[in-house]
Write a protein that binds this ligand. Structure first.
Ligand code: ELE
Length: 330
């Protein structure tokens, strides 16, 4: 099974010792982004993965590519061009203090500056079974959204499985109005087979007015001929945090049990869930098993540092089999 992901690679700068930016001068670098995160997880599950992206043609780009290879992701579709990599600072949370992300310099990145016509999508798709496209490309600029749309269209025409994550980020859309964003999503969705998102993406972004959850997903999947729609959900009860997932397929919602969360670093939780769902669909497991696996992968990812999950299937099964009670492996 060969999976290609398209999206921006970012330099993550994490403030050390769980401190806030003002308090500490020490940062840890890591190479992240939706495509990197998803493929890292899928590569650790044993699948062939490659990333279609643009990195700066300088030591910063080489460092990012080295990190990508280290995660087990093939670098054959990386294009080196331009000078800069988008970055963000992370201040880890603790108790009442939420984790905080501050983006910088995103629109001047090599990825955002790449002309959509300069990608060779046909070549990148050779031998690929599944293509993953991150919805953030729709929020950035004309080049990134044209490229995402074109890739979705070409992949769909070549009968590849097209997977799309809404990944809607309020903070990246302050200058984009609602109708504009809605139209951008509506344009790409007809090419999508597997969508990751939330109930709110359908009601608040796409303006669906259906209250009943099953009917809402039914309408959405019918309108865009989507085969699978999946997402994760957070809840709070008695001071504890819980994480659960759903998968909608052929008029039916499947749900996982809500599992208790202990968060060390929650960024990448959606990508860990999506990679778990994709692994389960690839292996044709029962839908309940797929959700249990995907939730477990995401819970483990949130208990570990960094966006890109590095758990094997055995690690995830160990969590599932021990019901999360195993706190020492030796
Ligand atoms: O590109 C961006 O804007 C990022 O924030 C990079 C992050 O690595 C992923 O987007 C994580 O996404 P989640 O799994 O939803 O937490």
């Amino acid at each position: 099974m060969n999976i290609l992901a398209f999206g921006e690679v970012m330099l993550r700068l994490t403030v050390e010792d769980k401190m806030m930016l003002e308090q500490n001068d020490h940062l840890t670098m890591s190479t992240v982004g939706t495509g990197v995160n998803l493929l890292s997880s899928l590569a650790h599950f044993g699948y062939d993965t490659s990333l279609l992206t643009v990195l700066p043609d300088n030591p910063i780009g080489k460092k990012a590519a080295a990190d990508i290879r280290k995660l087990g992701i093939a670098d054959k579709n990386i294009i080196y061009r331009g000078k800069s990599l988008g970055s963000f600072f992370v201040e880890l949370g603790q108790g009442a203090r939420p984790q905080r992300v501050t983006y910088q310099d995103r629109l001047s990145s090599a990825f955002c500056q790449m002309n959509a016509d300069d990608y060779d999508f046909e070549r990148a798709l050779v031998g690929v079974d599944i293509v993953h496209i991150c919805g953030i490309a729709l929020s950035l600029n004309r080049q990134t959204r044209t490229a995402a749309l074109k890739l979705a269209q070409v992949a769909h025409e070549r009968h590849k499985t097209v997977c799309f994550d809404f990944n809607y980020r309020m903070s990246l859309n302050e200058d984009n109005n609602h109708e504009t964003m809605k139209k951008r999503y509506q344009k790409i969705l007809p090419f999508v087979d597997i969508a990751f998102g939330s109930q709110r993406d359908l009601t608040d972004l796409l303006d669906y007015q259906v209250e009943d959850e099953t009917k809402l997903y039914q309408q959405f999947c019918h309108d865009y001929q989507i085969n699978f729609f999946a997402g994760s959900q957070r809840s709070f009860q008695d001071g504890k945090k819980y994480f659960a997932g759903f998968l909608f397929h052929h008029d039916k919602i499947y749900r996982s049990a809500a599992k208790e969360l202990t968060i060390l670093d929650r960024i990448g939780s959606g990508d860990a869930f999506a990679s778990g769902v994709l692994a389960g669909l690839i292996e044709k497991w029962d839908f309940e098993d797929i959700l249990e696996f995907a939730i477990a992968n995401s819970i483990l990812a949130q208990a570990a540092m960094n966006d890109a999950p590095i758990f094997s299937k055995a690690d995830v099964f160990n969590y599932v089999d021990s019901e999360g009670r195993n706190d020492l492996i030796r």
